[in-house]
Design a binder for this molecule. Structure first.
Ligand SMILES: [Zn+2]
Length: 386
């Protein structure tokens, strides 16, 4: 072959060698021989080669080396939660691998092929059937989804006996812990991760605050001006620096989570700092008015605990309509009296609003059929658009 391209005048630096037919012939014969394989022999061969390709990737590629670290961290956190290595564990999280709950939950299967693949957008009847069949011992999911599963167990359609739930992606309230205790006698432990930085920590089996894995990350809770915030005080945001090998290094990477650090170490003896609370995203803030007319920022998470306790209330969303009026959209459980649920919702919100000293001119409660979820993770969206 002529390496020169006549039109462009470009000269390829190297001519491609013509392969020696004597070298090609044996490989060709082998490939033609495979055309006569059975389908079973073909699939066996494919599995062997795939395992070899993955071993090579793990040894040679930075991405796979990093994934090994992240997966090992995930398995370490499972131990920290108190789960046995062979326990039946599954996750119900985001429908897309773009979100951490989807990728991390895939690793929870630990190579078992019998674990159902479920997301929070899987039809509920399918989730119930799969859980009844699999009988998981540990379930990782959103706290709003734990409430849905409790409804199903209560209605007699779901019949599982999990020992433990791990709450991820959304803010965990005491109400959800109590609910899981009453419904299943199960413990709910809090987990904390971000899609950008991976799993940042979990609670240990003492359920006394998320332990941040400080061998993997440097974790700072800071104010609006990025100055450190003392334990016991909520920050305005979080800065994360990753310490493990990764193609994408994060250095003081900003995450808009509002968290409060705990001053003392956990009685379990692990060396990590704990979070006293994770209140949610900074975006979920309402700007209302104090009685003297000053602006008062109220994190919508403050209303989560009172609303989680309203009987018959399935999901809710706050909408700021003006400086002194809010709308609460609510979804009501089937069979519940929507008028009574709306009235209880109103009194729960009014009580909390009075407690924090907000002057509210208008409070509307709308019963709706659906409330949108947030992005690819399909998380609860606590504050919605007008
Ligand atoms: Zn601990």
């Amino acid at each position: 072959m002529n390496p020169a391209s006549a039109e462009s005048g470009y000269q390829y630096p190297l001519a491609l060698p013509i392969l020696d037919p004597a070298q090609v012939q044996p490989v060709l014969a082998e490939l033609i021989r495979r055309d006569g394989w059975s389908r079973g022999a073909l699939l066996d061969f494919q599995r062997q080669r795939l395992a070899r390709a993955l071993r090579h990737a793990a040894a040679a590629s930075p991405y796979y080396r990093q994934a090994i670290g992240a997966v090992a961290n995930m398995l370490r956190l499972l131990r920290m939660l108190g789960t046995a290595p062979q326990a039946r564990t599954l996750g119900i999280g985001a429908p897309t691998p773009l979100h951490i709950t989807n990728r991390a939950f895939a690793e929870l299967r630990g190579g078992r092929s019998d674990v159902p693949r479920l997301s929070v957008l899987t039809p509920l009847a399918d989730v119930v059937a799969a859980l009844n069949e699999y009988q998981p011992e540990n379930i990782f999911t959103y706290p709003s989804y734990i409430r849905r599963l409790a409804e199903e167990q209560d209605a007699g359609r779901l019949a599982i006996r999990p020992a433990r739930f791990v709450s991820t992606a959304e803010v965990l309230t005491e109400h959800v812990r109590l609910l899981a205790g009453q419904t299943w006698g199960a413990q709910v432990l809090n987990g904390y991760g971000t899609t950008e930085a991976g799993m940042l920590g979990t609670e240990c089996d003492l359920a006394a605050g998320v332990h941040i894995v400080e061998d993997m990350v440097v974790f700072e809770s800071v104010d609006e001006a990025s100055r450190p915030v003392v334990p016991g005080t909520p920050g305005a945001k979080v800065l994360v620096t990753t310490l493990y090998d990764s193609p994408l290094r994060l250095i003081r990477y900003e995450i808009s989570d509002v968290v409060t650090l705990e001053a003392d170490p956990c009685p379990c003896g692990r060396p990590y700092r704990r979070l006293a609370s994770i209140d949610g995203r900074r975006e979920d803030t309402l700007t209302l008015l104090a009685p003297d007319g000053r602006q008062l920022r109220l994190h919508a998470g403050r209303l989560r605990a009172p609303l989680d306790g309203v009987p018959g209330l399935r999901q809710y969303q706050l909408v700021q309509r003006s400086a002194d009026s809010i709308l609460v959209r609510i979804m009501v459980r089937p069979g519940a009296d929507s008028g009574a649920v709306a009235a209880s919702t109103r009194s729960a919100v009014e009580h909390e609003i009075r407690r924090v000293g907000v002057r509210l001119g208008g409070l509307a409660i709308h019963v709706v059929d659906t409330i949108e979820r947030r992005g690819g993770a399909a998380k609860e969206c606590l504050v919605g658009a007008v």
